[in-house]
Design a protein around this ligand. Structure first.
Ligand SMILES: [Fe+2]
Ligand SMILES: [Fe+2]
Length: 407
């Protein structure tokens, strides 16, 4: 017997343990033979792995699960990453325990390898207070998002727009059409039958949601421009996707509508860092080096050296791009959500970022688990007990999304 990932599940295998959804509802009894309809149902309900008779488990995933010594080493390393948070806090404690299990199972933590640092270059020290002025006044050619996103925003703003209207805009970009259809047909959504039309996808997922996805997909191309000598683009994208996916799942747990907006907010939460790495590589290298040598949080080093941090840079851009206010709200306040006008969605991104950093899924350059906003957590009213199932669902969706996006 053994646990196998849902993607490895085949018809004819026999369940060694019953399968239940996140609400505890029985989906399939022990000793049942797996059929294709079962696999589809598991995917719809976000089941990531099941226990199968006679299986030795999923051998492809690097795992130390059965080696107590290795787990102890991982536990000690993980404690160090939590030095800026209170490990006694119930939410942090739960995330920490999941981190140890997750890190021993997936070995995704590439943070150290992915950040290439040289010595601090004192010649390129930035005059802190003037940084935002520099950003706005020196006419830096900030990356433009495709015009299709603006058109989508316009269609959505019109209350008379139909699913057909939005499909017409999306169809203008064949690559966006293809990718959107690929995503809506993936386990990320788990619809039982094939969706071959954008208008149908709009009807099923919602007008705003599709626009949010289109926006996220369009912006992903910007990630290609990160200088390799600073950070791996793959690692940054993985951190961003994971934060988006976790934000979306947490939103679903909170029963919020418009979960796609949370996906895009999570995807873009460290957008400011992306801009810093691309347009201010010398300053970025110094800030990363200093954070490393002093064991401090990256955004605090940004504040010290630029007089602002990546959230201010992102706000500047999002305003320039005239994107929905809720995006600005969630991105700008993802480190201090209790100051946000809409604290609940900002807190979901905040928690998703903490989970993503804790689990070590890619990195945006931060080495440690960022500080928890205690007041925002209290206000959120979420139970830490959901984090385990959230992390499993997120890992499943992340792998599916990554293989779809070919990254
Ligand atoms: Fe951040
Ligand atoms: Fe982040």
């Amino acid at each position: 017997m053994g646990i196998i990932h849902i993607n490895k599940l085949k018809e004819g295998m026999i369940l060694d343990e019953e399968v239940r959804d996140i609400n505890g509802r029985l989906l399939l009894k022990k000793n049942k033979t797996i059929q294709s309809s079962h696999i589809r149902i598991f995917k719809i309900w976000g089941i990531t792995e099941v226990n199968i008779q006679g299986s030795n488990g999923n051998k492809e995933a690097p795992t130390y699960e059965d080696d107590p010594e290795e787990i102890e080493i991982i536990r000690k390393k993980t404690v160090d990453l939590y030095r800026h948070v209170d490990l006694e806090h119930p939410a942090v404690k739960e995330i920490f325990e999941i981190s140890v299990r997750f890190r021993s199972k997936y070995n995704l933590s590439e943070t150290e390898k992915m950040i290439n640092l040289s010595d601090v270059d004192t010649e390129h020290k930035t005059n802190g207070r003037d940084f935002l002025k520099k950003l706005s006044k020196e006419n830096i050619s900030l990356p433009e998002i495709p015009s299709i996103v603006f058109e989508l925003n316009e269609v959505i703003a019109n209350p008379l727009s139909s699913a057909e209207d939005i499909a017409q805009v999306v169809h203008r970009s064949p690559s966006l059409t293809a990718l959107l259809l690929k995503i809506v047909n993936s386990p990320f959504y788990g619809f039982p039958s094939k969706i071959d039309k954008i208008s149908l996808a709009v009807t099923l997922i919602g007008l705003r949601e599709i626009s949010g996805l289109a926006l996220g997909i369009s912006i992903i191309s910007l990630f290609n421009n990160i200088p390799k000598e600073i950070l791996s683009m793959h690692s940054f994208l993985r951190h961003s996707l994971a934060c988006g996916i976790i934000s979306r799942i947490l939103a679903a747990h909170k029963g919020l509508p418009q979960t796609e907006q949370l996906f895009v907010s999570g995807l873009l939460h460290d957008l400011g860092r992306l801009i810093l790495y691309i347009y201010f590589p010398n300053e970025s290298r110094n800030i990363l080096s200093l954070a490393r040598s002093t064991n401090s949080l990256l955004y605090q080093q940004e504040d010290d050296h630029l007089g602002c941090n990546h959230t201010h840079v992102a706000k500047h851009l999002l305003q320039q791009w005239k994107l929905p206010m809720v995006l600005e709200n969630n991105v700008f306040f993802h480190h201090n959500p209790s100051d946000a006008q809409q604290p609940i969605p900002a807190t979901l991104v905040h928690i998703a970022d903490i989970i993503t950093n804790g689990l070590g899924i890619g990195t945006s350059g931060e080495r440690f688990v960022p500080a928890l906003d205690h007041a925002a957590w209290e206000n959120l009213g979420l139970s830490p007990s959901c984090f385990d199932v959230v992390s499993k669902q997120a890992a499943h969706q992340l792998f599916a999304l990554e293989s779809m996006l070919d990254i």
